[in-house]
Write a protein that binds this ligand. Structure first.
Ligand code: HAM
Length: 426
């Protein structure tokens, strides 16, 4: 068998490809990124793009040493003579904050809204909606700790799913407090779990020392069982007055704007950089355990990376998961677009002339041409297969008169037009 693509990756294929059930229609993918771009740029976000690989240290310090991403899922990049100190980015935030610091973006008016989309890499167990190379749309706001910025970030995420036409999306909103609140909570969790150490999965035994809160996020069934049995109190119960006030303000703004959400005390998120606001968007088409997207505030991240104090907040959607949700809701995506004109010559000597005409037309309409002479029947069949709106024929008479014979492939209408009239073709 010919070489196959690596497990957990997908090809993005042209419209009409026979194996689209296991892969992605590139035009549907682009519809998602273009919709996000429209929504986010209307709100003032600017596009940023950062490298696909970064210093391993950036991800370790940013995403956090106790996360599954850093402990189990990093793809290390090796090349000749190198020490393997780079990794393929598992997410976009750490790289964007690095770029912000390295390029002096602090001098731009704050808060600075940025957005990007692109591939991310995590060596995960592959299943529906869980890939090793997946793609995110990512939005980040740097330079403000105001709850109004949090509210706008959540609202924009909802705007993107609305503009895509999704209906059954739930916003699960929480807060994971300030570092001191989390310390108190971690102490509570250590005291709670320590007497039951033997029942925890090996990973969670390790989490108990490194970062007990990660146990709440565990994928192991035994851990989840123990969590229910112990009736673990949520992080929300441990918010200090400042974090609680911030969370209250955020909810007030969202209510003002009619953005529906459920306060979900169990939100923990899988990355260490979060502070205060944290949320996820869920959709039943993606599966109960998997989020369509998630985000949160990360006010300490810049300092963690060696920079000054720069509060930040952001979110990311998984594009493949958005496509699953769109499919589950049966939302129709823009139909594949064939050429407006498919031009064919009826005899060999007019092929170059037809090609030249089509080439000129490409300056203003979607136009293709046949590379060899065709009989009218084959030209129409070919035009139809390519999804053309009009088939155009050029024989010696048309070539001599500066005209072409057109047939509308949908209505069957036929007409003869002058070549100059091609500009008006619709
Ligand atoms: P995250 O929750 O790790 O957050 O990922 C965001 C989204 O990416 C998930 O909700 C999911 O849709 C998608 N995703 C994650 N892993 C996979 C996978 N293995 N296969 C398919 N889709 C996946 C972040 O990455 C943060 N950087 C979000 C953020 C931005 N927070 C602040 N700013």
């Amino acid at each position: 068998m010919a070489i196959q693509r690596p497990k957990g990756t997908q090809d993005h294929l042209p419209d009409g490809s026979p194996k689209l059930s296991t892969d992605i229609r590139a035009s549907a993918f682009r519809h998602v990124t273009e919709t996000a771009q429209r929504v986010l740029e209307r709100a003032g976000a600017q596009f940023i793009s950062t490298p696909l690989f970064e210093e391993a240290d950036l991800v370790k310090r940013g995403v956090g040493g106790s996360t599954d991403i850093v402990r189990k899922e990093m793809f290390t990049v090796y090349y000749f003579g190198d020490h393997g100190g780079f990794i393929l980015r598992p997410e976009g935030t750490a790289g964007i904050v690095r770029a912000y610091l390295q390029n002096g973006l602090k001098q731009l008016p704050a808060p600075l809204k940025l957005w990007t989309h692109g591939p991310m890499f995590r060596a995960e167990n592959v299943q529906k909606g869980r890939l090793r190379q997946f793609h995110q749309v990512d939005y980040e706001v740097l330079g403000s700790a105001d709850a109004l910025v949090d509210a706008e970030a959540v609202a924009l995420m909802v705007d993107v799913v609305r503009e895509l036409g999704l209906k059954n999306v739930r916003v699960k909103l929480g807060s994971i407090g300030d570092p001191d609140d989390r310390e108190t909570y971690n102490t509570y969790l250590r005291d709670l779990f320590s007497p039951h150490l033997e029942r925890l999965s090996d990973d969670s035994k390790d989490r108990l020392t490194r970062n007990p809160m990660r146990i709440l996020d565990s994928k192991s069934a035994e851990d989840q069982h123990l969590l229910t049995e112990l009736k673990v109190r949520p992080m929300l119960d441990f918010l200090g007055p400042e974090a609680a006030a911030h969370f209250g303000q955020l909810q007030g703004y969202l209510k003002d704007w009619n953005i529906e959400f459920d306060v979900d005390p169990s939100i923990v998120r899988g990355l260490d950089y979060y502070r205060r606001t944290a949320w996820e968007l869920h959709h039943e088409g993606v599966g109960a355990k998997s989020a369509l997207g998630g985000g949160g505030r990360y006010d300490g991240l810049s300092e963690q990376l060696g920079g000054p104090v720069v509060p930040g907040i952001g979110w990311a959607f998984g594009i493949e998961r958005l496509l699953l949700a769109l499919e589950a809701e049966g939302v129709s995506l823009p139909a594949p677009r064939g050429p407006l004109l498919y031009l064919a010559a009826l005899d060999e000597e007019n092929v170059p002339y037809a090609a030249t005409l089509a080439r000129k037309a490409q300056a203003f309409i979607r136009a293709e041409f046949a590379y060899r002479a065709m009989k009218p029947g084959s030209a129409f069949k070919d035009a139809e297969r390519r999804g053309a709106v009009w088939a155009g024929l050029i024989g010696s008479e048309e070539a001599a008169n500066g005209t072409l014979s057109l047939k509308n492939m949908q209505s069957g209408e036929q007409k003869v037009v002058r070549v100059e009239e091609l500009r008006e073709l619709q």
